[in-house]
Design a protein around this ligand. Structure first.
Ligand SMILES: [Zn+2]
Length: 386
């Protein structure tokens, strides 16, 4: 057992591993041109511990030197109307308190879809950083994107708002990164911080082991996220669930008093991690695929990769097609299981296919797509499995 340091509150805690998984590609969102390369991709080890003090769950076996987010990292979801509608909704809500004179920093901005929409809507200027950025910047529509990792020490500009969407769960030392950020010129008194991360409580309620990945070394609850930021001097303005409950969206102002959330109180006095739910979902999924005969899986990003890697090899043979609407993934191979990714067109005119949708928020969009291509299929979402 021994001791380790919590990456959230930095207290020494017992190194009591509550979840272990060794079948984990280091990167879920990298696809491979060659099947053999996919099966030999770098593998990581997950050993989750839960902090008694702040409630953060994190991977003690995480090694930041394991990977690099570069051009091969393909996490874009702009091909989904449902996802775009979600982004528009968040942009709409945030825009009411962003002024056109503002300078906005987005760290880990991907291809800049969110930042561009936010700046278009508000008239603010944006600066983004992402080492996996593929486009050409500077300069369209007041948004400038640098293809590099953001280093707080190197930033000279001061910002009115800083956005961290799906960043904090990827950082080996989130609190030390945020401390460097607050000490850098990028943040001043009153800078608005917007953070979005997956919600551990949703993962537990749903037994969603498919959301426990090597890339995500931290698993926050609303309380643990708010506590971490409050301890760093942010006043929590609002923290709530979005995206069908799967994500936490938090806003806070640096150096101000918080408004509507009793942050800073640590975790809620009970452990979040529920091994019975997680373990029974893993076993149930193996039985489901075994008993399904031929089954196709729709969704070739994080959830699909973990789901498929959970299946023993002899049961993996039941998976007929892995489908994804992202053209950058099609005809390539998924990490570790090395299954080929197909366009939905492979199902055109099919009869009586059985399809498992990895993320239920896309189910109705997928059913519409199947109808368009004349595919006759039974569609079930992962969250509907019992
Ligand atoms: Zn802690």
């Amino acid at each position: 057992m021994g001791q380790c340091k919590c990456t959230g509150c930095e207290k020494d805690i017992t190194r009591d591993v509550i979840y272990r998984n060794g079948r984990c590609p280091v990167l879920n969102n990298v696809v491979y041109d060659i099947q053999d390369e996919a099966s030999r991709c770098k593998n990581g080890e997950i050993g989750l511990v839960e902090c008694d003090s702040c409630g953060l769950v994190f991977n003690v076996d995480f090694n930041v030197s394991d990977f690099d987010y570069d051009d091969n990292y393909e996490s874009s979801r702009e091909y989904s109307g449902v996802y775009n509608a979600y982004i528009d909704e968040v942009v709409g809500q945030l825009s009411s308190f962003i002024d056109k004179t503002w300078q906005i920093l987005e760290i880990g901005c991907g291809q800049g879809e969110f930042l561009k929409k936010l700046c278009e809507k508000t008239g603010a200027k944006g600066k983004g950083y992402d080492n996996a950025y593929k486009g050409n910047s500077p300069g369209t529509g007041g948004v400038d994107i640098a293809k590099e990792y953001f280093a707080p020490e190197n930033e000279k500009q001061c910002f009115d708002a800083v956005i961290l969407r799906h960043v904090l769960e990827h950082l080996g030392e989130p609190v030390s990164f945020l401390r460097r950020l607050t000490k850098s010129p990028a943040i001043k008194q009153g800078t608005l911080l917007i953070a979005e991360v997956p919600d551990l409580e949703w993962i537990m309620e749903n037994g969603a082991y498919i959301d426990i990945t090597y890339e995500h070394c931290n698993y926050f609850t609303k309380a643990s996220l708010a506590t971490m930021l409050a301890d760093l001097g942010f006043g929590i303005e609002n923290v709530r669930n979005v995206y069908g409950g799967q994500y936490i969206l938090l806003s806070a102002y640096y150096g101000r008093t918080g408004k509507d959330y009793e942050a800073g109180k640590g975790h809620l006095g009970r452990r979040q991690y529920d091994s019975a739910r997680i373990d029974s979902a893993r076993v149930r999924d193996i039985s489901f695929v075994r008993d399904s005969g031929k089954l196709s899986v729709w969704g070739a990003s994080g959830k699909g990769v973990v789901f498929l890697n959970n299946l023993p090899d002899e049961i993996l043979k039941n998976i007929e097609y892995v489908i994804d609407i992202n053209p950058n993934k099609q005809e390539k191979y998924l990490p570790r299981v090395a299954k080929k990714i197909f366009s939905p067109d492979v199902l055109r005119g099919c009869v009586k296919k059985k399809i498992l949708v990895m993320n239920g928020v896309y189910k109705s969009e997928i059913i519409r797509k199947l109808s368009e291509i004349g595919a006759n299929a039974d569609v079930i979402a992962w969250g509907e499995l019992r």
